[in-house]
Design a binder for this molecule. Structure first.
Ligand code: PHE
Length: 513
């Protein structure tokens, strides 16, 4: 349940809806579901198994499972250096330097490098822009409490959100203060160590969020023109898939399932030998996907009924939902409850994102918690503030804009987009890809399956047809049938999933167009 709690979050409601809207709806949903089934579930099982086998933090995991360095890690290091030379010859110094560091680190430290990317780099990278969304939610909670979300038209709804995202000169206070407050609140929770208290809140508010989604689905579906929203979400139109859609779907599947950022490995480390890993994996993945689809069902009928553009980006839910609540009696109350629930979802995710790197530094560098926080939090505040003030476009920092676009080779509209894309389309998928390589070619499916068997009551070894048809036929010959889930899993993590991830990368780079 804790893992489901981590998986279900802002990603399902805020990110899933805006990115599905941007990528054309139904066809994107199909690609997303395929990514969850064929890549997400195998990797989640991989991470949980590695975590339980190692019983330690993401960096130590690679020490404990053995083969810290291997031919493959050397090869990857060499490959990174080679690509770095390529970047250098085109004059792209930033990526050349970055890849050189990664390459050298892979050659010297082996797979531990992946643990560091997992445990510290990715979570902090995400946290930097997550705080901005947290800030927006905070503003919406205040506005709902003051009764300022009683909007009647699309224009009124946009008028509230636009100055928050665009942060024009003279209107910096709200986005800046709210972001800083959110980051500091996260740090305070970790400093005081009251995560448990926050979790208690989230136990109440997460079911509330679920119930609110059901109410919204009913209200949305009974609005005139709601069927357009259903069509957008469920009648596939593959011509709507844009250049980056496949990579975006894959990245979002990882993000939503909390993969490729050390979180699932850490959860695995807390599991006992009698916990059923495959069952937990499938349950969490199904729950997470269910909530995302429900969020889509709640949001898109309203989007179309009210005449919003589905591709309006990260501000989508902030504009659409107040208008949807307006169609219900006691609209102010719904707004208050909903945005408080979203704020708590954001806060719990942010706490887990910050706790990982903080714990890691305390354990590995032997620094005091307070020292880590005193170094980390001011840096985070600076970066998050800049992102908050350039979430819409670069008009507040034109020179920085030019610099970032040149160094990151991005044409994306804002720093917010650059961070979101950088994390979800590159960092996380690359970490997941390397995890697949490590688990299937270095640690080895043999060891992984041995770990997985513990607690799974024979399900991993039973012929799949027997399993689904209910004719439970426990295999005790020691060699699983070729249709046993453990064999299928191993085949997926060795071949199918990495190839699918590679294809998504190539598609993202425009190779197939
Ligand atoms: N999986 C979470 C979601 O869907 C996102 C998350 C990211 C949670 C990082 C925790 C840490 O919202």
């Amino acid at each position: 349940m804790a893992m489901a709690g981590s998986a279900v979050g802002l990603g399902n409601i805020w990110r899933f809806s805006f990115i599905t809207g941007q990528n054309g709806g139904s066809a994107f949903l199909i690609v997303y579901l395929a990514c969850v089934i064929f890549v997400g579930i195998p990797i989640m099982l991989c991470e949980l198994t590695m975590g339980r086998a190692a019983q330690s933090n993401p960096v130590r995991t690679f020490h404990k499972l053995g083969a810290e360095k291997s031919k493959l890690s050397n090869g990857l290091g060499a490959l990174a250096l080679l690509i770095a030379v390529g970047f250098l010859s085109f004059g792209h110094f930033f990526y050349a330097a970055l890849l050189s560091i990664v390459g050298v680190s892979f050659i010297y430290f082996g797979w531990v490098t992946l643990g560091v990317i997992y445990g510290a780099v990715t979570p902090l990278f995400i946290l930097a822009y997550y705080g901005v969304v947290g800030g927006w939610t905070l503003i919406y909670v205040c506005k709902s409490l003051l009764g300022q979300l009683n909007v009647q038209t699309v224009e009124e709804a946009s008028d509230i959100m636009t100055p928050i995202i665009m942060a024009p000169k003279g209107a910096w206070t709200a986005p800046l203060l709210s972001t800083l407050l959110f980051v500091l609140a996260t740090a305070a929770i970790i400093w005081v160590g009251v995560q448990k208290g926050i979790e208690r809140f989230s136990k109440i508010f997460m079911p509330v969020l679920f119930l609110l989604l059901i109410v919204l689905i009913f209200r949305g579906l009974t609005l005139p023109n709601a069927s357009k929203g259903l069509k957008f979400l469920f009648v596939p139109d593959f011509s709507q898939l844009s250049g980056n859609s496949v990579l975006a779907a894959l990245g979002h599947a990882f993000y939503s399932l909390s993969l490729g950022m050390g979180i699932t490995i850490t959860y695995g480390a807390y599991l006992k030998p009698d916990n059923n890993l495959p069952r937990s994996t499938v349950t969490v993945a199904m729950l997470d996907t269910l909530v995302s689809v429900m969020a889509g069902l709640a949001i898109f009928p309203v989007v179309f009924a009210m005449g919003f553009a589905p591709d309006s980006g990260p501000s989508l839910i902030f504009k659409v939902l107040p208008l949807a609540f307006q169609k219900l009696p006691l609209s102010s109350l719904w707004n208050v409850i909903f945005f408080i629930a979203v704020l708590i979802a954001a806060l719990t995710s942010a706490v887990s994102l910050m706790e990982g790197p903080v714990c890691l530094m305390v354990e590995e560098l032997k620094w005091k918690r307070s020292k880590v926080l005193l170094i980390l939090v001011p840096c985070l505040c600076v970066v998050s503030s800049v992102i908050a003030l350039s979430a819409g476009d670069w008009s507040n920092f034109p020179h920085l804009g030019e610099f970032v676009q040149k160094t990151f080779l991005t044409s994306k509209g804002s720093l917010f987009d650059a961070f979101d894309n950088g994390a979800c389309q590159w960092l996380i998928p690359i970490a997941c890809f390397l995890t697949l390589l490590y688990a299937s070619w270095v640690w080895g499916p043999h060891c992984a399956v041995k770990e997985m068997r513990s607690g799974s009551t024979g399900a991993m070894d039973t012929n799949l047809w027997h399993l689904v048809s209910g004719v439970y036929d426990k295999n005790d010959s020691g060699i699983p049938s070729s249709l046993a889930p453990c064999v299928l899993w191993a085949f997926f993590v060795r071949w199918i999933s990495p190839i699918l991830v590679l294809l998504a990368f190539l598609d993202g780079l425009g190779v197939f167009r």
